[in-house]
Every structure is written in structure tokens, then in C-alpha cells.
Write a protein that binds this ligand. Structure first.
Ligand code: PLP
Length: 425
């Protein structure tokens, strides 16, 4: 079995760890790949062993040197979940990771694990529509408060102003999705972490935490733990799974905070399934290759669209002006530019729909991050429930189209856009 470190104590790279970390073939008849453990419960060798596992799982006792709770019940742990979780944690360079049934269950479980009535969350906008609904409509039912500030260059300043308004002791979570969807606007993670450190400098009992939704860059192009984030959440449905064949979520980060979320996952029952964990483990082997190819295609398509006469503007980090603050943030916290392109065509909704209805190779569907290219209309689809006055702020109007670029041959993808854009004449 691979360990995470070589004989000199140096960590192997995630691309390597994705092939072997956390799996001992000789516990599974020598099978070179982890089998799928479709079981709800696990047999204890003795009653004393069962008792000890529960003591460890419920934190009634500290583990001895090298001791770990064994397998108990698949809502708590399962070999497929554990292998997948170790490998995701290696990708993000975090202490621990846990998997969930969806990105939304990862986010909502995290919120419930840290917030109590009277606490406040400040989030940079845009966030994913489901996250927005949770913050705006569900958390307030339980006395938890939500505030939004615009993502981007001024976000740290706006967050500080909001904290002054609310009272520092009441702010519990600062939440940011960066880059934002579909605008690709970046927020400086290090600055957000600085703010949580300021909040915690008076030694408050329960620390304020910085939570980053890293779905769009994935751990290949952005590792928020390196900027000091406490927790990272993912819709693993997207790049991590990468084949548009499952729905899953992840929380990863500092051990102490992940442990708090794990307890809530156990009780709320929001864990992922062994089958999805098995599929994700397989996907993690190609994560870097897929994301690099998707990015390479996206850079070329963004350039092509940017020069097209029927396209009004294009948003992709590869096009950030070198002297802009956005470019500085990109350079500071990302090692890539990702594969989501947003652009506006002439002709408003009719123009956008003409392109959407005439592409051949792009699937007309929401979601993103899969091997196949997808195309959608944010205003009437992914962002349909965003208040109209907010749409402009996040770069969405009637002519806006979003593409999630896949791994197809880029010339084919380009040719297809050429013929679809011709229909605008
Ligand atoms: C950035 C982001 N976070 C969270 C989610 C929610 O994830 P899921 O659909 O896996 O529940 C999504 C879904 O599109 C998303 O785009």
C-alpha cells in the first residue's frame, strides 16, 4: 500500500497518490484495484473490538499511537469512502476529507455543524443557486443570519464593512466561491483568511472560519488550504467525478474542523454511497490529465470567441488583463485558468438560443466539469432564480452563454461554434 510519504518523509505528488494511496491489495485477494464494498455493516472479530471502535468513533477515548477506528457501519465509514477520501485529501494537501451524497449535502452539513441561532454568515456573491437558497431561505428559519457582498477585488473591504455593521463576535463563517459562476470573478482567499484571523485574534471561544467552494478550479488548479482556508467544499459532481455520471460532494481541510463536520454527517446521514466513492476513486486517477486537457481546449476556445465578430465579450481567466487586480489574484492562488467560459452573443435571448439550438457537439445541459462539453443559458437555466437586479452584477444578461469545455478535439469544438455562430447572420 502506498503511504502518503516516501522513505525520506517527503510527500508524493497527488497524481501518484491517486493510483495507490489508502488501498492494500492484500486485504482484497490481491485485486489490483479496490473492489466495491456493497455492505451496510461490518463484522467485529470480538465484542471488545466492537466496543473499542465505538469508543473511538464517538470520541469517548483518544486513539493510542497508530490506532484507528475500524469499519463499523456504512453511514460512518466504508472502505470505498475512506480510499476516496484519503486521495482527495492528498490532492488538496489537507489533513482529512469526507465525502457526501451531493455538493449541497456537503455545504448544508458544514453550515449546521458550525452555526447556531444568532450566528452570521457572510458570503461573496455569486454563489451557486442552491447555496444561495440555503443561506437566504433555510438558515434564517433556524435563527442563522446571512449577508452577501460582491465577490472580486473589493470583497475584503466589503466584508470588513459588513463585520462592523453586524458585530465581530457574531460572524462565524466567511464563505466564498472563487472563481464565481458564471462570471469567473476571483476573490482573494488569503485576504479572507486574514479577516477570520482578525476575528479570532481576541481568543473567542468558537473560532470564525473561512470556507471556500473550490468546485470550479478543483484541487488541480487551486488549493485553498495553502492560503490558510479552514474548510474547502466541493460539488464533486463536477470536475472531481468528471464524467457527468454521479452526484457527490466533499468537505476537506483542517482535521479539527473536518472532525466536527464528520459528526454531523454521521447524524444527518448525508454521507456518499460506496458506489459513488468507487466511481470517484477511479475518476481521481485521471483528474489532472482531464483538467489540463479541458483547460487547454478552453484557452483556445476563449481566444477564438474573443475574436469573433458576433461575440460581445468573453469571460475566462486566460483573458484577464495582465495589469488587473484579478490577474494578480489568479497568479497568487491558482496554477491554472480552468475550463468554464462565459460570453455574450449579439441578439439577446434569441441570439443565445439560436447558438444553443444549433451546436452539435455541445450537450445542451446544466452542470459542468465532465469530459464532454456542455452549453447552457444562465439567465433562464442555472441562474433563473437570481433576482434580476443582481444578474447584471454577476455578468449575466439575456445574451449570455456558459460553456463547460470537455476533452474533445479542440478543432472540432471550434468548427461547431463557427457553424452555430453563423446562424446569427
Ligand atoms: C459551485 C457549486 N457548488 C455547489 C454545487 C452543488 O453541488 P451538487 O449539485 O453536487 O449538490 C454546485 C452545483 O452546480 C456548484 O456549481
Amino acid at each position: 500500500m502506498h503511504s502518503r510519504f516516501d522513505s525520506e518523509g517527503k510527500e508524493y505528488s497527488p497524481e501518484t497518490l491517486a493510483l495507490g494511496l489508502g488501498y492494500d491489495a492484500f486485504l482484497s485477494e490481491g485485486s489490483i484495484k479496490p473492489p466495491l464494498f456493497l455492505t451496510s455493516t461490518f463484522k467485529f472479530k470480538t465484542a471488545a473490538e466492537g466496543k473499542r471502535f465505538f469508543e473511538l468513533i464517538y470520541g469517548k477515548d483518544e486513539p493510542k499511537e497508530g490506532e484507528k477506528a475500524g469499519l463499523v457501519y456504512s453511514r460512518l465509514n466504508n472502505p470505498n469512502m475512506e480510499i476516496c477520501e484519503e486521495r482527495i485529501s492528498a490532492w488538496d494537501k489537507t489533513d482529512k476529507a469526507i465525502t457526501f451524497s451531493s455538493g449541497m449535502s456537503a455545504i448544508s452539513t458544514t453550515m449546521l455543524a458550525f452555526l447556531k441561532p444568532g450566528d452570521h454568515v457572510i458570503a461573496t456573491m455569486p454563489v451557486y443557486g442552491g447555496t444561495f437558497f440555503l443561506f437566504k431561505n433555510i438558515l434564517p428559519k433556524y435563527g442563522m443570519n446571512f449577508h452577501m457582498v460582491a465577490a472580486g477585488d473589493n470583497a475584503p473591504e466589503l466584508i470588513r464593512a459588513k463585520i462592523k455593521e453586524i458585530g465581530a463576535d457574531k460572524v462565524k463563517i466567511i464563505y466564498s466561491e472563487t472563481p464565481g459562476n458564471p462570471s469567473n470573478v476571483m476573490t482573494d482567499i488569503e485576504e479572507i483568511v486574514k479577516i477570520t484571523k482578525e476575528l479570532n485574534s481576541d481568543g473567542r471561544e468558537e473560532p470564525a472560519i473561512a470556507v471556500i467552494d473550490n468546485t470550479f478550479m478543483g484541487p488541480v488548479f487551486q488549493k485553498p488550504i495553502e492560503q490558510g482556508a479552514d474548510l474547502i467544499v466541493y460539488s464533486a459532481t463536477k470536475f472531481i467525478s468528471g464524467h457527468s455520471d454521479l452526484v457527490a460532494g466533499v468537505v476537506t481541510g483542517k482535521a479539527h474542523f473536518v472532525d466536527q463536520v464528520t459528526l454531523y454527517r454521521t447524524i444527518l446521514g448525508t454521507q456518499g454511497s460506496p458506489h459513488n466513492a468507487w466511481l470517484m476513486t477511479r475518476s481521481l486517477e485521471t483528474l489532472s490529465i482531464r483538467m489540463h486537457k479541458q483547460q487547454e481546449n478552453a484557452i483556445e476556445l476563449a481566444k477564438f470567441l474573443n475574436e469573433h465578430p458576433k461575440v460581445k465579450w468573453v469571460s475566462h481567466p486566460s483573458l484577464f488583463a495582465k495589469d488587473s487586480n484579478q490577474y494578480k489574484i489568479l497568479q497568487k492562488q491558482c496554477t491554472g485558468v480552468g475550463a468554464l467560459i462565459t460570453f455574450e452573443v449579439e441578439g439577446g435571448e434569441a441570439g443565445a438560443f439560436k447558438v444553443l439550438d444549433n451546436v452539435d457537439l455541445y450537450g445542451l445541459a446544466v452542470s459542468l466539469g465532465g469530459t464532454e462539453s456542455l452549453i447552457e443559458h444562465p439567465m433562464s437555466m442555472t441562474h433563473a432564480d437570481v433576482p434580476e437586479e443582481k444578474l447584471e452584477e454577476i455578468g449575466v444578461n439575456a445574451g449570455t452563454i456558459r460553456i463547460s469545455v470537455g476533452i474533445e478535439n479542440c478543432d472540432d469544438l471550434k468548427k461547431d461554434l463557427v457553424q452555430a455562430l453563423k446562424k446569427l447572420n
